[in-house]
Design a protein around this ligand. Structure first.
Ligand code: ZN
Length: 636
């Protein structure tokens, strides 16, 4: 036997060599959303972002730099400044997210107010950076770095710095703010000096404290400025105990904090793209496959009390360990990772995953109208959805939420030299300027079961359109061009390729017939969830006893009944908002086919169990708010 050598041994050497992409997403400015559930989510988020004042977002940065804070009221929650006993060591993270979200919102809608507010923040943050010496920029003092260096307790300073750096990069790359690039280069120089003064062994110890995706931003910066210095800095942020097993295709994820590690894998993906080093490719490829097939619930959410607590494929056991399942940041970051993998290998399977997560975990976790978002999408029986407060919460997921719902147009259409891919069924318009080609997608999917694509501008010549045929279809769908049924179609889980000379007014209709299916837990087939097409169904268990105080609040409570807490909630704390006891129904299936006992209930995507001791109405999880629900059921 040849002894195994860990793939990542010794110091990394960075040599720039860009890997050609096989598919690219259209720039966000080329795609606009039309009225839909996605458009609503974008607008609710836009409203929430507009209500947050720039001077409040800047408060802790100015205070930290010794600049006047004016009459602004500081933010609370995880943005709380030094104030007696209460302060948050994560302060400054949300304003970083906010810059990213503003840049994304500007790119996806052209919102000039969002851009000018974020431009103002960049210029004010630049003043804070100047006051602090021209490089370092944060909302907390440098003494925290001494604590990190000495191995003393401190809450994730690199994680927070990354959010600000990412915000600056997004403001530069998506909103054309060149001052943001200068600020970022200063921060990157500070990070280079700080990390460069440590031995590799010392850095590996430092990396046991959450540091998030800082390497990703540094690789982006290296690529954007053609300066390898930033990539060499980024190379110091690979935790070898994490990446070595992944590159060997080994799941050693149990016990790890999920959202600390997904961004590290996104950084590995970006490293591969600008160096061609296949070790990083393998890390990203295996990690994605393992998490999505062995560690994700039916919604495609992953994590439990922020961690992976059980061995792979033991999700029924995992679900019992905490009510805090499926952190929203994890879903956000896994979708980002999926985009990298798809660009290397445009396999429609990545979009089967993407669609399931987007429809069930992302669309369902923003509160209608207020735009407030969730921390966890709990899948424990009898829970309800909870949301952040207006200005007294600022969880990590509040930050990634503002980004998510500002970029819902970024993955619908992709392109290569042959033509375009239609990957998601979302009402939208595409303007492909280089080709003079415009396309409009009209659909009420998933409330209707078809989509229509209309060519609204074109130039002479042929162009290929590839339509994703979702894996959840039972058979090849009927496709019509200009009302005539095509002889050809394509199997579920592939692309239907249409290569032709397109004319203005050409219409493609694709049927998307949905079916009721059951998904069982890998380690307990009696624990089951139900889907209609890609929609995860939840049983409506009523709203008795639920008040606004249960639903919106600064805590991460997700509701009774409380399972033993493995994670962050303190044991034995009295619940200030008790809920009535709730008996969770169990089911006896009349047959293996769920259609034998779960019947349509007259409204779109709505069903009702039949023949049970207590029957339950099942609706899409993404449409259920202010009600208690269950997704997984005991079925015999
Ligand atoms: Zn989070």
């Amino acid at each position: 036997m040849v002894p195994e050598v860990p793939p990542f041994e010794g110091k990394l050497q960075f040599i720039r060599k860009d890997v050609p992409f096989r598919a690219k997403p259209f720039p966000m400015a080329a795609v606009r959303l039309l009225p839909s559930i996605y458009y609503d989510a974008q607008q609710w988020n836009r409203g929430y972002m507009a209500r947050l004042e720039a001077d409040r977002l800047l408060y802790t940065f100015r205070a930290n730099a010794g600049l006047p804070v004016g009459s602004a009221k500081p933010l609370g929650g995880w943005e709380q400044p030094e104030n007696g006993q209460r302060s948050s060591e994560l302060r400054g993270h949300f304003p970083g997210h906010f810059l990213s979200a503003s840049a994304l919102m500007y790119a996806s809608t052209g919102d000039k107010d969002a851009k000018s507010k974020a431009d103002y923040m960049v210029s004010e943050l630049a003043k804070c950076q100047q006051k602090l010496g021209g490089k370092y920029l944060s909302a907390f003092p440098t003494t925290w770095w001494d604590r990190l260096e000495k191995g003393e307790r401190v809450w994730a300073p690199f994680y927070t710095i990354h959010k600000i750096m990412a915000g600056m990069f997004d403001m530069y790359s998506l909103a054309g703010n060149t001052q943001a690039l200068q600020v970022l280069e200063g921060m990157a120089a500070w990070a280079d000096e700080w990390t460069g003064s440590k031995t590799e062994e010392h850095m590996q110890k430092i990396l046991t404290v959450e540091y998030g995706g800082i390497a990703e931003t540094l690789y982006h910066l290296a690529a954007a400025t053609d300066n390898d210095r930033w990539a060499r800095t980024a190379d110091r942020y690979h935790k070898k105990t994490f990446v070595n097993p992944l590159a060997l295709r080994r799941d050693e994820l149990r016990g790890l904090h999920v959202n600390t590690h997904v961004p590290q894998v996104i950084a590995a993906a970006r490293r591969y793209e600008i160096s061609g080093d296949t070790r990083f490719h393998d890390v990203a490829d295996y990690f994605f496959w393992e998490v999505t097939t062995a560690r994700s619930y039916v919604t495609m959410g992953t994590s439990n009390a922020e961690a992976w607590l059980a061995p792979p494929r033991r999700l029924a056991a995992e679900l019992k360990l905490s009510v805090n399942t499926a952190e929203c940041c994890c879903a956000y970051n896994m979708l980002k990772l999926a985009r990298h993998l798809y660009s290397w290998n445009p396999n429609p399977g990545y979009f089967d995953y993407y669609e399931r997560s987007l429809l069930n975990h992302r669309i369902g976790t923003i509160r209608p109208k207020t735009g407030q978002t969730q921390y966890y999408l709990s899948l424990s029986p009898g829970v309800w959805k909870t949301f952040n407060t207006e200005d007294n919460t600022f969880w990590c997921c509040t930050g990634s939420g503002t980004e998510e719902y500002a970029k819902l147009n970024d993955s619908i259409y992709w392109y290569d030299n042959e033509g375009l891919y239609v990957n998601l069924f979302i009402p939208s318009e595409l303007d492909w300027k280089e080709k003079g080609f415009k396309l409009r997608q009209d659909t009420k999917f998933p409330d209707s079961q078809s989509t229509t694509l209309t060519v609204t501008a074109t130039r002479p010549g042929t162009l290929t359109m590839r339509l994703r045929v979702p894996v959840w279809l039972k058979s090849a769908p009927t496709v019509k061009i200009n009302g005539k049924v095509l002889d050809a179609s394509a199997a579920p889980g592939s692309y239907l390729t249409l290569r032709r000379t397109w004319n203005v007014g050409d219409k493609v209709d694709m049927e998307l017939p949905m079916n009721l299916t059951v998904e069982t837990m890998p380690d307990d087939p009696s624990i089951q969830a139900f889907l209609y097409g890609p929609l995860v169904l939840a049983g409506d268990l009523g709203g008795e006893g639920l008040t606004e105080a249960h639903i919106v609040g600064p805590n991460m409570r997700v509701g009774a009944p409380r399972a033993p807490q493995a994670g962050s909630n303190l044991p034995g704390q009295p619940d200030p908002f008790p809920m009535p006891d709730l008996e969770i129904p169990t089911f006896q299936a009349a047959g293996a086919d769920p259609n034998s006992w779960i019947k349509p209930a007259g409204k779109p995507n709505t069903f009702r169990t039949t023949g049970q001791k207590r029957d339950v109405t099942l609706v899409p999880l993404n449409s259920l708010f202010d009600r208690r629900y269950s997704v997984y059921w005991q079925v015999s």
